[in-house]
Design a binder for this molecule. Structure first.
Ligand SMILES: *[C@@H]1O[C@H](CO)[C@@H](O)[C@H](O)[C@H]1NC(C)=O
Ligand SMILES: *[C@@H]1O[C@H](CO)[C@@H](O)[C@H](O)[C@H]1NC(C)=O
Ligand SMILES: *[C@@H]1O[C@H](CO)[C@@H](O)[C@H](O)[C@H]1NC(C)=O
Ligand SMILES: *[C@@H]1O[C@H](CO)[C@@H](O)[C@H](O)[C@H]1NC(C)=O
Length: 400
C-alpha cells in the first residue's frame, strides 16, 4: 500500500463505494451465449480498471460467462446453493492473461461443483508493480460490490472461497476485510511481499480476513512474503522429491501459526503439480474460544485433544480487549477419534499470589479444511475456567 494511503483514507474509500452500492438499478436480464476471455491490457492502461467477472461452471468449464455487475445475476449461470470460488490474479507486468488460470479453473471444477469466478483485473495490474499495488483497494472494493450482489441473491458468506495469487492474495484480504472476516475462506498462493511485509493487518492478508485463512508460500521467487499471514501458512520448502510426508518449514514463526506438516487442500494440490504430492499425513482442526467478556490483558488457553492413544495441544491467545482467539491443532488421528478436550486457562506469569482469576466462554472446533456444509462443533454449555486448573469435556464428532 502506498504510504500516504492510511487507514482513514481507506475507510473513506470504503464508505463512498459502499454507499454507492445500493443505488445501481438492475438492467433487464441480458443473455450471453458467447464465451468471454481475459482482456489484453498491454499498453492501454488508463484510469478505468475494467474489472471483468468471468463465471465458469461444470456445464462448460472452458467457457467464461461475463457477469455484468449491472445486470440481474439471478438470470446468469450462478447457482447460489453451490459454493463459490473467486480467483484473483496478481501483478501482470505485460497485461496478459495469467497462464495458469485455465488449468486451475478446470481442476477446481473437476474436484467440486462450484461457481468458479475468475476476476480479470489485468488493466489495473499491469505497468509497474507499485501502480498495481495502488489499485489493490479499488479492485478490492469492486469485488466487494460484486459479492454484495451475489449475497443479495441468497448466497451465504461462508460459502465464498477466495483464491488469490501473489498481489491477488492481498486483494482477497482486502475483500475479506470489507466483509469483517465473515467470508468462508481465503487461500493466498505466494502472497506478495514487496510493500506488504510491514503493512498493517488492514492493508494485507491476515487471519482476521475470513473464517479460515491459509497461505501457501512456495518460495520460488523473491517476491513472496516471508511472514505468516493466515491461520495456517504452508512453507513449501522447494523440495521436489521428498518421500512420504513433505515437511513444510516455518522460519522461527511456528508458534504463531502452529503447523509444520500439512496435507495441501485438495483444490490447490493440483495447481501445485510441480511440488511433491501431499499424502494425508496429519489432520488439522480449527479451535476457537469466545470469551463472554473481554479482558484487559491477553488470555492464554491451552487446548488439548485426547484420544485413546494420543494427545496434541495448541495454545490459543485472545488478545486483550478482544473476545475471540483461534488456533490450529495438528493431530495424527481423524477428529472422530477424539474423545475429550482438555482446556487450561494459563495463569499470569507475573502474579505474585496464586492467580484465582476465572474466565467464562464458549469453545468450538472444526476439522480443516473447512467444508462449506460442515458446521463447527461447540461445547453445549459455556465453560468456566479457573487459572491453572484443567477441565475436561467430552467432544463428540461423528465419524464420516
Ligand atoms: C489477447 O491476446 C491473445 C494473444 O495475442 C489472443 O489470443 C486473444 O484472443 C486476445 N484476447 C482478446 C480478448 O482479445
Ligand atoms: C444448483 O445446485 C443444486 C445443488 O447441487 C442443484 O440441486 C440444483 O439443481 C442447481 N440448480 C440449477 C439451476 O442448476
Ligand atoms: C490409535 O487407536 C485407534 C483405535 O482406538 C487406532 O485406529 C489408531 O490407528 C491408533 N493410532 C495410532 C497412531 O496408533
Ligand atoms: C463437504 O462434506 C460433505 C459431507 O460430509 C461432502 O459430501 C462434500 O463433498 C464435502 N465438500 C467438499 C468441498 O469437500
Amino acid at each position: 500500500m502506498p504510504r500516504g494511503l492510511g487507514k482513514r483514507c481507506l475507510w473513506l474509500w470504503g464508505l463512498l463505494l459502499w454507499l454507492g452500492m445500493g443505488s445501481s438499478g438492475d438492467a433487464p436480464p441480458t443473455h450471453q451465449p458467447k464465451c468471454t476471455d481475459f482482456q489484453n491490457a498491454s499498453f492501454l492502461r488508463g484510469t478505468n480498471l475494467k474489472v471483468q467477472f468471468l463465471l465458469f461452471t461444470r456445464s462448460d468449464p472452458s467457457c467464461g460467462q461475463l457477469l455484468k455487475e449491472s445486470s440481474n445475476l439471478g438470470n446468469s449461470g450462478v447457482n447460489v446453493s453451490l459454493g463459490t470460488k473467486l480467483l484473483i490474479h496478481g501483478f501482470r507486468a505485460l497485461g496478459t492473461k495469467p497462464s495458469w488460470i485455465d488449468r486451475l479453473i478446470r481442476t477446481l471444477l473437476h474436484a467440486t461443483d462450484a461457481n468458479v469466478i475468475a476476476v480479470d483485473w489485468v488493466y489495473g495490474s499491469t505497468g509497474v508493480y507499485f501502480s498495481a499495488v495502488e489499485n489493490v483497494v479499488k479492485v478490492g472494493l469492486e469485488i466487494s460490490r460484486f459479492l454484495h450482489k451475489l449475497l443479495a441473491l441468497g448466497m451465504q458468506e461462508s460459502s465464498i472461497h477466495i483464491i488469490g495469487v501473489s498481489l491477488g492474495a492481498h486483494v482477497g484480504g482486502m475483500v475479506g476485510h470489507f466483509y469483517n472476516g465473515q467470508l468462508g475462506r481465503i487461500t493466498g498462493l505466494d502472497p506478495a511481499g514487496p510493500e506488504y511485509t510491514r503493512a498493517s493487518l488492514e492493508e494485507r492478508l491476515d487471519a482476521g480476513d475470513a473464517l479460515f485463512v491459509e497461505a501457501i508460500h512456495t518460495d520460488t521467487d523473491n517476491l513472496g512474503i516471508r511472514i505468516p499471514v493466515g491461520h495456517v501458512d504452508y512453507f513449501v520448502n522447494g523440495g521436489q522429491d521428498q518421500p512420504g510426508c513433505p515437511t513444510f518449514i516455518h522460519a522461527g514463526l511456528v508458534e504463531q501459526s502452529g503447523v509444520k506438516i500439512e496435507p495441501l487442500p485438495t483444490e490447490v494440490r493440483a495447481y501445485l503439480l510441480t511440488t511433491p504430492r501431499a499424502p494425508y499425513c496429519v489432520h488439522h482442526s480449527l479451535v476457537e474460544f469466545h470469551l463472554k467478556e473481554a479482558r484487559n490483558k491477553d488470555t492464554n488457553i491451552k487446548v488439548t485433544f485426547l484420544s485413546s492413544n494420543f494427545t496434541s495441544s495448541v495454545k490459543i491467545t485472545i488478545p486483550k480487549q478482544q473476545l475471540q482467539g483461534k488456533g490450529i491443532l495438528a493431530h495424527p488421528y481423524p477428529p472422530c477419534q477424539i474423545n475429550q478436550v482438555k482446556l487450561k486457562f494459563q495463569a499470569s506469569k507475573w502474579a505474585l499470589r496464586k492467580d484465582r482469576t476465572t474466565i467464562v466462554g464458549k469453545f468450538c472446533a472444526a476439522p480443516l479444511p473447512l467444508n462449506d456444509s460442515k458446521k463447527m462443533v461447540c461445547l453445549p454449555e459455556p465453560v468456566n475456567l479457573q487459572a491453572s486448573i484443567a477441565v475436561f469435556h467430552d467432544l463428540k464428532t461423528a465419524c464420516v
